[in-house]
Each structure stands twice: as C-alpha cells, then as structure tokens.
Design a protein around this ligand. Structure first.
Ligand SMILES: NC(=O)C1=CN([C@@H]2O[C@H](COP(=O)(O)OP(=O)(O)OC[C@H]3O[C@@H](n4cnc5c(N)ncnc54)[C@H](O)[C@@H]3O)[C@@H](O)[C@H]2O)C=CC1
Ligand SMILES: O=C(O)CCC(=O)C(=O)O
Length: 640
C-alpha cells in the first residue's frame, strides 16, 4: 500500500448513533419490539416516538426526555439483546458500505450518543469500534434484570452533555461532529468540534439543517459526502449523493427508486423538454434519462457541463445526437428489447381491427348507427403480411403472425436470420406488390426520412392495409392521407408522427385527422405497464453498472466492456479519442508511480478508446492528475 494513506492530518470524526450510525432511533425500535410482544403497550410506542422527536429537534430537554423514555419502556436484558440484533440490520447504508474505512483508519472515529452502551457497543463492534471509542450513557438495572433508569452521573444523561463529554476526551487535532440532531449541532456550537455535518440520510431535522452556515457546518446526505469532504478514502471516490440524475418524460418510478436506493440525487420531469429548457435543466446533471420525445441535440450536449451518461428509456435513439455524445465521451444506453413484445401485440391487434373495419363500426355505434354487414370484412388467416425492417420487433411479429395463420414476407437492408416460414424479399417493390398488410419496423436513422411516400403507396396492392409503429418521419404523411382518401389503401394505423406533442397537455394536429378506417394512437406502441417496468429495470441497471463499475455492456456508442464489481481495489476508467499512444502514456504513468496493476482492459471503436485499470488501493493523488492530462483524454474517473 502506498504511504500516502492513511493521511496523518485527517480529522477525528465523531458520529452520533441514533439516526446517524443507524438509520433508526434505538428507543423507538425498542418500543416497537415491546409492543409487538405485548399489544397492550401500543400507546407506549406513540409516546416514545413523540418524546424522541421533541428531544431531537431541541423542543424539550434531552435529559428529561431520556429518563422519561426509559421509565416508560422498562426493558429487560433480553429485550436489549433483541434490540441489538435489530439495530445491526439498521446501520445506515452509507456507513455500512464504508465499513472498511473504520479499519483502515484506526483511532480516527468516535461514537457519541445520549443512548446506551448497553446496546451501542455491540452494534459498533462489528465495525471495529471498541467500547473505549464510544461515549454513551448506561442503563441502571434492578436485581430482576429490568432497566429502571439512567446513570445520572454520566455526562451524557445531562443537557449539553455531549459537549462536556467530548471536550473531556482531550482529543488532539481537528474534531468533526456528524449527526442529525440538535444535541449534535450543540457539540459544534459549544466549541467541542471544528466542523459539523448535519446528516440527512435518514431524517431531515429543519432546525438543525437551518442552523448550518455552509462553511464550517454543512448538510451531508450520506457518509460518503463526509468522508470525501474530509479527505478520507471511502467506498466511493465521489459521493453518489452529489451525482445528479435527471429523468424526463414520466419514466417509470422503479427507475427513480433504483437510483435513490443507491444514494443518487434524482429529479424527475413529467413531459419532454425543448432545447432551451433542456439546456437549462442539464446544468450540473451527470446522468440523463429520456424517452422518445426529448431531442438531445449537439447544442444541448455541448452545453451540458457535467453529463457522463444518457439512457433512452425506450428502443429508439434517433432523438440523441450520438456523434456529439461520443465526441464528449458521454456514454449512451437504451433498452433494446424491453418493449418489443408490447409493440408486436399492438400490431397484431391493429391488423385484426383494420381487416374487419372494427374501428369505424365502433365509432358509428357511439353515434347510434347499427351497421351489421360483412362487406369489406376479412379474416387475417391466409393473408400476406409484409414486414419492412426485420429487427427485434419485425422478427417477433413474423413469428406471432405466422401462428395467426398469416404468410410472412419481409424486407431489410441488412442480412437477418429468417424465422419460421417467413420469406426474405430483396426488393421492397416486390414486397409491396404482394402484401395485404404492410407494417413498418425500421429504425429512426436520419436516412430513413420519408422512405415511404407516394411511390410506395402506389406500388401497394389495391385495398391493402398500412401500419406504422416505427417513427413518424419515416412516412410522408400527406402521401398517406392521399392514399387513404383515394381508397388505394383500405385502412391504416399510425402510432408515430413527424411532430408529436411534448406532454399530454399539448394539442395534437395532423393532416390525418378525421380520415376513415384510420386508427390514430398517441405513440403508445411500447406503453404497457409490463414494458415500462422492464425498461426501468434494464436502462437503470445499465446506467448504474456504468456509474458504479464502468461497465459499458449494451452501450450504443461506447466500446463494450463487461466489468465486475470493484472490490478491495481501485479502478481507473479512462475514455479517450481513438488516437495512437494513449495506452502507452497511461502505462508510463502507472510505472512512474509504481502502481500495482491487478487487471487492465483496452477496447476501442471507431471514435473512442476505453482503458480500464484495476490497481491496489492507495496511490498519490498526483497520479490521477497525470492520467487526466494524457493527450486525447475525454473523461477520466476513479472508482473504489
Ligand atoms: N411505437 C412505439 O412506441 C415504438 C416504436 N419503436 C420503433 O421501432 C423501431 C424498430 O425497433 P427494433 O425492431 O427493436 O429495432 P432493430 O434495430 O432491431 O430493427 C430495425 C431493423 O430495420 C432495418 N432497417 C433500417 N432501415 C431500413 C430500411 N430503410 N429498409 C429496410 N430495413 C431497414 C434494420 O436493418 C434493422 O434490422 C425502433 O427503432 C423505434 O424507432 C420501438 C418501440 C416502441
Ligand atoms: O414510449 C416511449 O417512450 C417511446 C417508445 C419508442 O418509440 C421506442 O421504444 O423507441
């Protein structure tokens, strides 16, 4: 290990126990355990919680609240043993994930609490903190093993006791207090600590948060933030609570939850944003999630000061300027398979509805018109489906349509595995001449603009059906309207439009409105609960794996590297322009600082090179600065 860690001048960090070291108030948990065992004590729980809250917010005297709570609870030694087991499972997540920092910095941490050694010692011992590093109260026990009071002689059973107890330790060097409660702030205010962190991971106490000055006292949403600011080498080189995630377009709440659970700072916006609003919203944002309606233009990418990664929470990525992202080293992901099935099922349903003219008949019924007739209504069995774009959606549609009794032909620019009895046509015109139903499933690349226009409609069979659930700009809408009006095509279903409203509150306008046997839907091909949930899981997992370990699997613009968790090591992620000499330059720096390399990967694509180096923990900060300065570097980060 390099000699620069642990650093000799790190401050001593003094941690409060309740709602800081653990995510809960111990006496509240004790009250809950007691009332679970004896429901008659339910009223005690409410009483205890009120007293805890009042004391923590500084509304009532701490000493008074403490002895009143013990008097109400009167726990036995067995009750305390049960409490310890529960508390061990309630350690604050950011403390739990930084367990190693306690062992790596012996003597640098203290626990201070108005709670009791009787349970605190056993909980913090798991983190290598011996009882001598705990400043706490003691319960008074009677001969039957029932706690009947508080050791009044202990400084920590008195108001202002934390200040006196800590000062009494005579710690040398800087002392920093970390806690959620008013008594913790008093430690700083009373001069026993040079700095104070109002710890808000578990509870936000307005009086405490409101008292911080932003300099010697500040809010910390996680222990990672405290460690980072104080110069400790914690689990993360950069605290997650300082990484901003912006999720647009009503992305499923499971994604919001996934990021919050991992400690990221998440903001959500219901609709899509136009370029100006997006540029403003992107300031300070590290991660962006969007769907199909927000255009991440080159200008927005250029203006995004902190952006590291973007995910399209959908299949299409035509709304993202991939080139601009690559040039800035921004990783882009999507969810290529999560809504495939939903689109296919919708096409199947639309095919039947159009073939039977069900939509118009239903509209007429709503106006009181009963038109029972078989004219123009057909079975789909035996009809020919022409699929344009035989990718994930097109090929799955092929399978289901055959099961439905249809004959399938397809046209794709690329070589594809033909499934079932489908037949590949090498000419689009030949397909159009034979298909009874034409369904578009090409991607939204710029070159596909208006690939389906008057000439293509003219080549379709008279009375055929047309379905577009791909992208709006792929079809010339005026040509479609003309083909419908002339009766050249019998019916159509359109889910995607060249111009789509950004939110449900914006109006929809199109030359297609009001035409017969034309089903219009508001871009809902992938809008099922199943698909949205699956997308949320898939896309957020891609982003989190990229953030937490540098994994780029499934990225649409980065070289693909599948990486394991970073455990007991450090990982450098170096993204650069694909120019010669970068790996050599990185290795020269590794050698210069005698870094012990545990693993190294280099993967490139046309535009980018991605070097991942795992090294032993501990190295001088100058090594990082030199790695960042290597010629061609686009982005550099280190993970621990
Ligand atoms: N309406 C909705 O809600 C949804 C729409 N979509 C759209 O569907 C598109 C297709 O999705 P996937 O099948 O998953 O994509 P994919 O990338 O797997 O398949 C697209 C296929 O189209 C082919 N292709 C591209 N341009 C072509 C052209 N001009 N002529 C013939 N073939 C061409 C490609 O070679 C590829 O095989 C997405 O890109 C997206 O725009 C996807 C999901 C939901
Ligand atoms: O529902 C959405 O967000 C868009 C679906 C879509 O068009 C896609 O997945 O590409």
């Amino acid at each position: 290990m390099n000699a620069s860690f642990p650093q000799p001048n790190l401050a001593t960090l003094v941690l409060d126990f309740d709602s800081t070291f653990t995510s809960v108030e111990a006496l509240d948990i004790l009250a809950e355990l007691l009332s679970a065992a004896d429901p008659a004590r339910a009223a005690d729980v409410a009483h205890i919680k009120t007293l805890t809250d009042q004391a923590m917010s500084g509304e009532i005297s701490f000493a008074d609240a403490l002895s009143r709570r013990v008097q109400i609870l009167k726990p036995t030694r067995e009750d305390i043993a049960g409490l310890i087991e529960v508390l061990k499972t309630k350690v604050s997540p950011s403390i739990a994930r930084n367990r190693a920092v306690f062992a790596e910095n012996p003597g640098k941490f203290r626990i201070i609490s108005g709670g009791f050694h009787d349970f605190i010692d056993a909980v913090v011992a798991d983190y290598g903190l011996a009882a001598e590093y705990v400043l706490a109260n003691r319960l008074i026990w009677n001969d039957e093993g029932v706690a009947i009071g508080v050791d009044q002689a202990n400084l920590l059973s008195q108001d202002g006791g934390k200040v006196l107890a800590l000062t009494g330790l005579g710690l040398t060097g800087q002392v920093v207090m970390v806690g959620d409660g008013w008594t913790d702030f008093e430690v700083f205010k009373g001069g026993a600590a040079e700095r104070f962190y109002a710890f808000t991971e578990n509870v936000v106490r307005p009086k405490v948060v409101g008292a911080v000055n932003g300099e010697t006292s500040q809010v910390a949403a996680s222990f990672d933030e405290v460690l980072h600011t104080e110069g400790y080498q914690g689990r993360y080189s950069f605290p997650r609570s300082k990484l901003k995630v912006l999720l647009l377009e009503n992305i499923h709440p499971d994604a919001v939850r996934a990021f919050r659970e991992e400690g990221y700072d998440v903001t959500t916006v219901k609709g899509a944003l136009d370029e100006d609003d997006l540029i403003e919203a992107l300031q300070g944002v590290h991660i962006l999630g969007l769907r199909s309606k927000t255009n991440l233009t080159a200008k927005a990418v250029e203006a995004a000061d902190k952006l590291m990664a973007v995910a399209a929470f959908c299949i299409g990525t035509n709304q993202i300027d991939l080139k601009a992202c690559s040039q800035k080293g921004i990783a882009v992901f999507n969810a290529p398979y999560s809504n495939t099935r939903s689109v296919v099922e919708m096409v199947m349903g639309l095919t039947v509805i159009l073939t039977r003219n069900i939509y118009d008949k239903s509209v007429q019924m709503h106006t009181g018109k009963w038109d029972k007739s078989a004219t123009g209504a057909h079975e789909v069995r035996g009809k020919t489906l022409g699929i344009i774009g035989y990718g994930a959606i097109g090929s799955q549609l092929s399978i289901l349509s055959e099961a439905f009794g249809m004959r399938v032909i397809y046209f794709d620019l690329a070589e594809k595995l033909t499934l079932g009895n489908a037949k590949r046509y090498r000419s689009l015109d030949a397909l159009l001449a034979e298909a009874d139903v034409v369904s578009l499933h090409v991607d939204g690349r710029g070159e596909n603009k208006n690939i389906f226009g008057a000439a293509q409609f003219a080549r379709m069979k008279d009375g055929a059906l047309f379905i577009n659930l791909s992208r709006g700009h792929v079809v010339d809408i005026d040509a479609l309207a003309a083909a419908l009006k002339s009766g050249k095509i019998y019916g159509a279903a359109v889910d995607v439009f060249p111009e789509e409203p950004r939110t449900n509150d914006d109006p929809f306008e199109s030359p297609l409105m009001g035409l017969k046997n034309l089903i219009l839907t508001p871009h809902i091909g992938g809008s099922t609960e199943e698909a949205q949930e699956a997308i949320a899981e898939f896309a957020s997992e891609r982003l989190l794996n990229f953030l937490n370990r540098g994994d780029t699997t499934f990225s649409v613009n980065m070289p693909h590297v599948q990486l394991s968790e970073v455990e007991g090591r450090h990982r450098f992620l170096h993204l650069h322009k694909n120019v010669p000499g970068v790996l050599a330059a990185i290795n020269v720096i590794m050698a210069k600082y005698e870094l012990n390399v545990l693993a190294q990967h280099l993967k490139t694509n046309e535009a980018l090179g991605y070097v991942i180096v795992d090294v032993d923990r501990g190295y001088p900060k100058e090594a990082l600065e030199e790695l960042k300065a290597v010629n061609g570097t686009l982005k550099f980060r280190s993970l621990v």
